[in-house]
Design a protein around this ligand. Sequence first.
Ligand code: EPU
Length: 342
Amino acid sequence: MSADLTIKTNYSLLNYNTFGIDAIAAGFVQLKSLDDYIALVKSDILREKPFFILGGGSNVVFSDHYEGIVVHPANKGIRLIEKQNDRCFVEANAGEVWADFVNHCIDNGWYGLENLAAIPGTVGAAPVQNVGAYGKEAKDVISRVHLIEIETGEERWVSVEDCEFGYRWSRFKGEWSNRYLIDRVVFALRDEFVPDLSYKALASALTERGIEKPTARQLADTVGEVRDSKLPNPKKTGSAGSFFKNPVVNDAVYQTIKSKYPDIVSFPVGDDRFKLAAGWMIEHCGWKGRNLGNAGVYEKQALVLVNRGGCTGRDVRNLADAIIADVQARFGLKLECEAIFV
Ligand code: EPU
């Protein structure tokens, strides 16, 4: 084992999850370099106990204390590795803070990440759930992902196609779960800025600000402001961002719901399929601003569950279950959690 690779025991995860749940991990290890990754997989640590790979902790809820090893990628570094005409291939290590990475790219004239500004979490977590916001998803900008297989220690690159990205989904959440460690990601960006204003609420926010042709910085800042107006300030209120996924239904289901609830907010996604705004449905079940135990539904965005102070994983589970039951009873749809209970 590398001299620097230390396993901390009975380690508080309070500062490692944005919900602010005070769970304790039996073991906690930070990976600060590729050598640390290799040393970890060569050791028997991950074979002896259950483990959980924790990025920025912005999408997890610890139900209880964690009896296994929490593995926390903390390797930093961002570099331009290749330039092909207007294409810039930028490699970032898994432990980089996503929002800092986006800012760094804009400052260096590498464009394409502006709509994904200000999302909490890390670079290494972005491919796992294919983070997305304001009309862009991680899959639109990822070129390839570098992995270390836990069982064999083998290193390999996987392409965007290999990752089988979907809406808040990838193979890393399915058959590849706990099979690989992600140590770095390469993004395909451009040195020419072309704003993506396809998300209506973002385009309107720019118009309201009197900005017709935004610079990359203006676009990213506007995204940050729109997020701030809807999502809780992570420094003040614990949350995991959107707690549920927006359900995607076929035309028949959509028509049935629409005939009963003509105002429901929805977006067509490809042929014959519609994404329904789960926040709208939760609001219409009367949950917006309500609490259960020390967990609550955020008053400005019903898709977001928040920590009202001293919230436990059990409080969040109870609230999520109550919301899922009410939405099912009223709309006939079972909401899926975007956040993961550990
Ligand atoms: N709405 C309501 N009531 C609410 C919340 C939303 O009626 O309480 C309706 C509004 O009419 C709004 C529509 O739902 O027009 C959509 O709301 P919003 O634009 O806030 O987006 P969202 O669908 O609730 C998704 C992502 C967010 C992402 C935004 C913007 C998911 C699960 N969530 O939320 O991602 O920032 O779009 O692109 O897809 C996250 O994943 O953690 C996250 C914050």
